[in-house]
Design a protein around this ligand. Structure first.
Ligand code: AQP
Length: 331
């Protein structure tokens, strides 16, 4: 059976981008068709300036939202990264296989390092080595497929390269993984800045639809989305990024093709109205389930405890094998 691994980072409230680009597919497809693990990757949240209490709160919220989005602990493994030591253990070995140059080439590193500096902060070393930890997350579980949004494919490519290099130098140890992206909404853009990704830790609140936004807040954000001065509704990602983003969101919510959908609209207003309602309806069941789960925190904690135990058992043999292969004395 195909092994699937993916995760969300508790650096902010989860967004429509996280849901359409990744979580929905995990719940609707991956957990049914594969041996799947989904993780709240909290160690990654420490790579930028952070508040400990907020990371704890967001980690709990992210885990609850994964379950609210439909992940079923009977079908897949849901856990928190820092509860399984194997991630950090393997990350160090992969840092010994990766090069400084390939870490510095990562787009996310360049963007986030620039943002930290703009905010007057310093760049943490862990931001540079982040892809080694992400590679460890993936390789520890003999993962075949990593379902992610487009923004994460470069990191998965690096995990592939590290697996191949490690296997070549030290003997076959890791399965070589591949990234898979959804057909529509692989990159949901910020509603106010439609040439930038909708990112959960961005400063632009009005451009980001959060999964827990009230329906009226969602409507307001979508109705105020930046489009352009044109009149015609056409699907053109380069020339009309704002309209294209709305068409992609609508297509992802309702099924269908953004280009075809564009033919059904004569005004931007009508497109925005339908998109807003489609997003409200998409989020309604997730928000309802989230409310129920919040009333039962012991259930969520139990899921995470059992998930970590299962994940630990799965990761340990591969990580132990990597320790032996690279030349470390068995304990
Ligand atoms: N805008 C997006 N469109 C499509 N997919 C997206 N994902 C994130 N944003 C979009 C996908 O969601 C999964 C979990 O993402 P993550 O928690 O690892 O964080 P990220 O990729 O770094 O994205 P964020 O939300 O923008 O976080 P910050 O702002 O902290 O960097 C991944 O599969 C991702 O591709």
């Amino acid at each position: 059976m195909t092994r699937v691994f993916s995760g969300v980072k508790p650096t902010g409230h989860l967004t429509l981008g996280n849901y359409l680009g990744a979580m929905r597919r995990w719940a609707e497809v991956d957990q049914h068709q594969a041996d799947a693990l989904f993780c709240v990757v909290d160690l990654h949240a420490l790579t930028v300036d952070h508040d400990p209490a907020r990371v704890r709160r967001l980690s709990r919220q992210a885990a609850t939202l994964l379950l609210a989005a439909g992940l079923d602990p009977q079908l897949c493994t849901v856990f928190v990264q820092s509860h399984v030591d194997e991630h950090a253990r393997l990350s160090y070995l992969l840092e010994c296989v990766a090069t400084d140059g390939e870490m510095r080439r990562m787009i996310q590193y360049k963007e986030k390092a620039a943002r930290e500096q703009q905010r007057g902060g310093s760049v943490r070393l862990s931001l540079l080595t982040y892809p080694a930890l992400m590679a460890a997350d993936i390789l520890a579980y003999d993962t075949d497929e990593v379902p992610v949004g487009e923004d994460q494919t470069q990191h998965v490519e690096l995990a592939r390269d590290l697996a191949v290099r490690f296997n070549h130098r030290y003997g076959h140890t890791f399965v070589v993984p591949r990234a898979t992206a959804p057909k529509v909404a692989a990159r949901v853009m910020n509603l106010q800045h439609p040439t930038s990704k909708m990112g959960k830790s961005d400063d632009s609140g009005p451009g980001i639809v959060y999964l827990l936004d009230e329906p009226d807040v969602v409507r307001k954000k979508v109705m105020r989305a930046v489009t352009d001065s044109g009149q015609e509704v056409v699907y053109d990602r380069q020339g009309r990024p704002g309209v294209a983003n709305l068409l992609e969101i609508l297509a992802a919510c309702e099924g269908g093709d953004p280009e075809q959908l564009s033919g059904a609209y004569e005004t931007y207003g009508a497109l925005k109205k339908d998109t807003a309602e489609a997003v409200v309806e998409l989020l309604r069941p997730v928000q309802e389930r989230h409310r129920e789960l919040c009333a039962d925190p012991a259930y969520v904690e139990g899921v995470l405890r059992a998930g970590a135990e299962k994940a630990r058992k799965m990761a340990r043999p591969t990580v132990d094998a990597a320790y032996r292969a690279i030349g470390l004395l068995p304990a």
